[in-house]
Design a protein. Structure first.
Length: 491
């Protein structure tokens, strides 16, 4: 594990009312996690906009930790966890959890038999339980769907595919993220725009003729592949993240033509020696960052489209990612701007500033890198799985072939849980008092400056510092391009 580990601060502009008393703490290199030392694990569950994570153990267990403001950890409460904690309500040796997904404030898990469970925020019906509004701090069975084999989650929406290859989605429909041909927008009371929520899994009709094998979700878009490796995308189209060469939103799944090509037949009379037909381009692995997509083809080459650096140039359609040329790419994961890649005997990360240690280069090395760079601490290990959250990263390495020696050299991260921090309530109260006092003084100063400017007959531009905002700053701002005031309703 590497990166931000102060869960109530991650993605937020300083101390807010949600602060839990843990000061900013970024792990600049990869660490072992104390509760998981020497426990074999096989799967990472995380998301590009998530501040929480899960790992699955080889004996059928599941551990979770991170931000838990809405009960997304499924532990029956809303207290953040700083160490991997067993999710006992999901432990079932007869039908263990084998996969899942993390949204920004909710979680999904599916079992070997395909049962689907959800927990966390249900403000927009993203838990799929048939209602919206109240959060659920315990894992709830989604009884209207069976046989789940792959899952994705974004900001306030969810998407899964079952073993028959049918795709279902639910939650907040804005920008067409659910793929049902509409964003559910209508003019409601007071001539304000409202959105009709999907509070239960609903099949995506556009894909019923396909057998979908894999699903991945970014902040506000979705990518899927079928069993042949053909690709579809839909949702918010900003920065080319859908790969169609434009910024248009897609309310229904749209073929990504680049991965639907059909080899041309050999023209009559053409010498076979000189005929080189274009081979089918297909993906065997997909991943979604907050504002981008990744794919790995059968030749273990990485393809990319979208954007990771807001000030950079967007890649509007799929291209082979030159930064990984020559590497046999096994798996990729991406957060808002940082990426992590598992290759043969190397862990590779990259991402522009600001970063929070998730690249894992170590205290004495660079903190960010806009080009791919190996993580020296894990060099010459067989990296099996990787995951990138909002500001943190995870990797699973094979203990064989020298991997255990490398693993045992890593520091152990063993932070106290909130209940073990002395005088935590006093620390929080003092910090919030200081924040309120600072805000009051700032507002008073701004008011005096405003009056002084008015007396000179000039206009003053509004400053963002004038607002005392307790909301998360980890939003994908470009995804909210609707100037209308939006109110939500459930059907």
């Amino acid at each position: 594990f590497a990166g931000a580990s102060s869960w109530s601060l991650s993605g937020r502009s300083g101390i807010t009312k949600a602060w839990d008393g843990v000061e900013e703490r970024n792990l600049m290199s990869f660490h072992r996690l104390k509760p998981l030392v020497n426990i074999p694990v096989h799967t990472i569950i995380v998301g590009s906009v998530a501040n929480h994570s899960f790992v699955l153990t080889k004996d059928g267990g599941i551990y979770g930790w991170g931000r838990n403001d809405n009960g997304e950890l499924g532990l029956g409460d809303t207290e953040n966890r700083y160490n991997p904690t067993p999710i006992t309500k999901l432990n079932n040796s007869a039908d263990p959890v084998i996969g899942g997904a993390c949204g920004d404030k909710h979680s999904l898990w599916f079992t070997r038999n395909g049962a689907l469970y959800t927990s966390g925020s249900n403000e927009f019906g993203q838990l799929g339980t048939g209602q919206s509004g109240s959060n659920n701090v315990n894992p709830s069975l989604v009884s209207t769907i069976e046989g789940v084999r792959t899952a994705g989650a974004g900001r306030s929406f969810s998407c899964v595919a079952n073993k028959a290859g049918k795709v279902y989605s639910w939650g907040y429909p804005k920008d067409g993220v659910l793929g049902h041909g509409t964003e559910g927008k209508f003019l409601g009371t007071g001539n304000r725009w409202e959105y009709s929520l999907e509070v239960r899994p609903r099949v995506i009709e556009e894909l019923v003729a396909e057998t979908i094998a894999e699903v991945a979700c970014g902040a506000a878009h979705t990518i899927v592949t079928n069993i042949e490796g053909k690709v579809w995308t839909w949702g918010f189209g900003g920065y080319g993240r859908l790969g169609h060469g434009d910024n248009k939103n897609q309310f229904s799944p749209k073929k990504l033509e680049h991965f639907h090509n059909v080899p041309e037949p050999k023209p009559a009379g053409t010498n076979t020696i000189f005929f080189r037909p274009q081979k089918p381009r297909r993906l065997k692995y997909i991943a979604a960052g907050s504002r981008c997509c990744w794919g790995i083809d059968v030749h273990e080459r990485a393809h990319f489209w979208g954007i990771t650096k807001s000030s950079g140039e967007a890649t509007m359609y799929p291209k082979i990612f030159e930064g990984l040329n020559g590497w046999r790419v096994r798996e990729i994961s991406c957060g808002v701007s940082s990426s992590i890649c598992a290759s043969e005997y190397s862990l590779i990360t990259w991402g522009p500033s600001p970063t929070f240690g998730e690249l894992g280069y170590g205290e004495g090395d660079v903190k960010s890198s806009t080009v791919t760079k190996k993580v020296d601490d894990l060099e010459d290990t067989n990296v099996l799985k990787v995951g990138m959250g909002f500001q943190h990263s995870l990797a699973i390495i094979d203990p064989e072939d020298g991997g255990r020696k490398v693993y045992e050299k890593l520091k152990v991260f063993d932070p106290p849980e909130l209940k073990d921090i002395p005088d935590r309530d006093k620390i929080i109260a003092a910090a919030l008092d200081a924040r309120a006092s600072s805000s009051k003084n700032k507002n008073s100063k701004n008011s005096r400056n405003k009056n002084r400017i008015k007396s000179k007959g000039s206009k003053r531009k509004r400053s963002d510092d004038d607002d005392d905002d307790d909301d998360d700053d980890d939003d994908d701002d470009d995804d909210d391009d609707d100037d209308d005031v939006c109110f939500l309703s459930s059907p």
